[in-house]
Design a protein around this ligand. Structure first.
Ligand code: ATP
Ligand code: MG
Length: 487
């Protein structure tokens, strides 16, 4: 049996147990109430029967029962109402005379306490007295004191619902209760069973759907979601599950992409590090082998190549380190207001020497009174450097590289343009991905690792900015981005 079915049965069993207990309690309470109601009504109706007997006759003469005078009346009372039993008691409660049908009297004495209370309350009290025919049993009665002159000589004591009536009553009662009661009870039970099962089905129907979806999710269907979650009866549970599934899905996707990236990185890094290392190793080995025959000029050339390779290696490692930190979101920009014009001035100065060496004209265009921008100075400098490195690397001798700043609505645009070979349109979106270099041909295969633009893009993402490229083959390339003006 599945867990949800177990829950169904537990709920319905509890429900029906409660129904049965309530039913039994109801029957018992109504039986008890009905019995008391009947007895109290009878007692009230016949409360003054004993008074009438005492008024009509003189039941006791000198404390002795006057059988001749009373028995006739007592008989006729019992003929009219067969349920009564008429007794005469002396002042101690001893039974001194009676006219009782069918059965023998088993008590000699009855308790006078209830009798006195009844007389005192003038019949207004519902009270039970000893039943002379059944020791230990109690019944309703009517009672009246008997006086001879001023002297109390005894009591008339009339049991009202006699044994006969009680028997008839209880038979009727039990047959009513057994027949009608159990019929109604059974009918109610069956109806409640049906209604209960329906109600439970209604309640658990949504639960079943959710359980089904959770089961599918557990079995690997990461797309399993509770349909119409907000509209279901268990909306909170459904939407919470869906949210949880979304979060888990997103986390798995992120883990997958991080894992892919890690693999790619290891593959690329080992490849990129291997080349300069191999070059260095080769030259150093050659120098060791040919140590005696090398001319000073050759030795110097070998050493310079080795140094170049080791510099490349160092740059690559630091770039990789920087990129990995950006990728892992370990670098948080420390933004502050600064003058972007001053930064552009500095960069322009720094690149002047390299530009001169390569025979490239370096130009700086910026209007006066440019506002401050709000960004991380160090990171923005890194972006501009990477763009300048590319511009100078790819632009041939005689070309031109320019840094231009322009005030926009609420930002300043930085634009770095060159008159180099340009980037084919098909490559333009790919160059910002790590390790992506434009297909060889349009430029001689550059020595870089293909990380410069990827790093620049990541830094700008941290500033909620985007980098754009404009390029035409054989005409030149321009990269631009915007930084927000400091408030
Ligand atoms: N100004 C440019 N003119 C022509 N091509 C460019 C220019 N800037 C970038 N590219 C192309 O985009 C590619 C990616 O540039 P990126 O700066 O990311 O890498 P890289 O310069 O090759 O290596 P690294 O910057 O890591 O030393 C370059 O290899 C080149 O093909
Ligand atoms: Mg570069």
């Amino acid at each position: 049996m599945s867990n949800s079915n177990k829950l169904n049965w537990k709920i319905s069993a509890t429900f029906h147990l409660v129904m049965v207990v309530l039913g039994v309690v109801y029957v018992l309470v109504s039986a008890y109430t009905y019995r008391n109601y009947t007895l109290e009504t009878s007692q009230k109706l016949h409360a003054h029967l004993a008074d009438h007997l005492v008024e009509e006759t003189k039941p006791l003469v000198n404390g002795k029962p006057d059988t001749a005078a009373t028995h006739d009346i007592m008989h006729s009372m019992m003929v009219i109402n067969p349920s009564v039993e008429v007794y005469l008691l002396d002042t101690t409660g001893r039974i001194i005379d009676y006219v009782v049908p069918f059965s023998t009297v088993k008590r000699e004495q009855v308790s006078l306490d209830p009798v006195r209370k009844f007389i005192e309350a003038q019949g207004e009290l519902f009270i039970l007295g000893d039943c002379p025919k059944a020791p230990g049993a109690q019944n309703i009665f009517s009672a009246s004191p008997i006086f001879e002159g001023e002297k109390l000589t005894g009591y008339a004591y009339i049991i009202l619902a006699g044994m006969a009536q009680q028997e008839v009553g209880s038979t009727l009662l039990s047959s009513y209760f057994l027949k009608t009661g159990s019929f109604i009870f059974l009918a109610t039970l069956i109806a409640s069973l049906l209604v209960g099962l329906f109600a439970i089905w209604l309640i658990t129907r949504n639960l079943q759907d959710i359980i089904e979806v959770v089961r599918r999710f557990k079995e690997g269907d990461s797309k399993a979601r509770v349909p119409n979650a907000k509209g279901s009866d268990l909306a909170l549970l459904s939407t919470t599950f869906n949210d949880m599934a979304d979060t888990i899905g997103a986390n798995i996707e992120e883990l997958k992409s991080v894992e892919n990236l890690r693999r790619e990185l290891i593959a690329n890094v080992s490849h990129d590090l291997r080349t300069p290392l191999a070059i260095m190793q080769g030259y150093v080995e050659t120098m060791l082998i040919k140590n005696d025959t090398l001319t000073p000029g050759e030795r110097r050339q070998y050493l310079e190549t080795t140094l170049g390779s080791s510099e490349k290696l160092a740059k690559l490692i630091s770039q990789l380190f920087e990129y990995s930190k950006l990728e892992a979101k370990q670098i948080q920009p420390r933004k502050e207001p600064f003058f972007i014009a001053e930064l552009a001035q500095d960069v322009h100065q720094k690149y002047q020497i390299i530009a001169k060496q390569k025979g490239i004209t370096l130009q700086l265009d910026q209007p006066k009174d440019l506002p401050m921008v709000f960004a991380d100075l160090g990171l923005v400098e890194r972006v501009i450097q990477n763009l300048m490195d590319n511009a100078l690397k790819f632009t041939p001798q005689g070309g031109k590289v320019s840094i231009a700043l322009r005030a926009m609505d609420s930002s300043v645009e930085v634009r770095i343009a060159d008159t180099g070979p340009g980037i084919p349109e098909s490559e333009q979106s790919a160059i910002f991905e790590r390790y992506r270099k434009a297909a060889s041909g349009h430029v001689q295969q550059s020595a870089g690792a293909g990380l410069g633009l990827a790093i620049a893009k990541k830094i700008l993402v941290l500033h909620d900015a985007t980098i754009r490229v404009q390029s035409k083959l054989n005409e030149g390339t321009a990269f631009m981005f915007q930084l927000p003006v400091a408030a």
